[in-house]
Design a protein around this ligand. Sequence first.
Ligand code: GLU
Length: 273
Amino acid sequence: MRLRRVAAAVAALGLAVSLSACAGGAGGTDLTKLRIGIKFDQPGLGLKQGDTYTGLDVDVATYIAGKLGTPANAITWTQAPSAQRETLIDTGQVDLVVATYSITDARKEKVSFAGPYFIAGQDLLVRAGDSSITGPDSLAGKKLCSVTGSTSAQKIKDKVPGVNLQEFATYSECVSALAAGTIDALTTDDTILAGFASQDQYKGKLKVVGAPFTQENYGVGLKKGNTDLCNKVTQAIKDMIADGSWQKAVDKNLGPANYKAPAGNPPTPAACS
Ligand code: GLU
């Protein structure tokens, strides 16, 4: 008798567990815990310091997770370098990527995007005393740095054919090279550049040129074709903008770098397809 009751309780528990896993799901994604890809080395956007994660992408991701039913302490943060984002999503190593990830047609072949949740522009970071670089047109004879797999590297090669471009895996490697004098400029989104320029060790030593020449629409990357999850993330982004949390997160994370969100912000997220 006793044994039977225990067995029934165990069975009920098993059912409850599988039911709750089901209830939290969105197209097969378990929303009770989420693995989210972010950058680990971009101040103001995605930065890991010890066990602490900060930045606009971290706040956007945490807000979205909350709306999906995942508390902040149930998020596993994974480093998502530019060139690895599609693979991390496609192979199921992460559920979402929130990592200064521009929505592009080429990437849409491999992953789906919710958003945009922010609009940035590609710019140049140079040493503070350098007035010779004013934009893509003044890069002849200069050594440039960007990151493999980024829109930044691709767009500068398209815009300035034959440009002397060194590609690293992360932007922080480019910043070190710029400060050390082995390269002359770093090109990527102005958000990222502003974050580096305002870091204590680079203050007064580096400056953003301030003439953005592209539009980068940041999206949340997820498994291609998971429209259910995409719709939920899109709604969460809309909620974040509507309830003031988006503005607060932008001010808190980009304010210290004196970054002013360009026209078009906050954006209107597109419909998931
Ligand atoms: N937003 C651009 C991209 O997705 C540049 C920044 C980055 O590499 O994360 O490629």
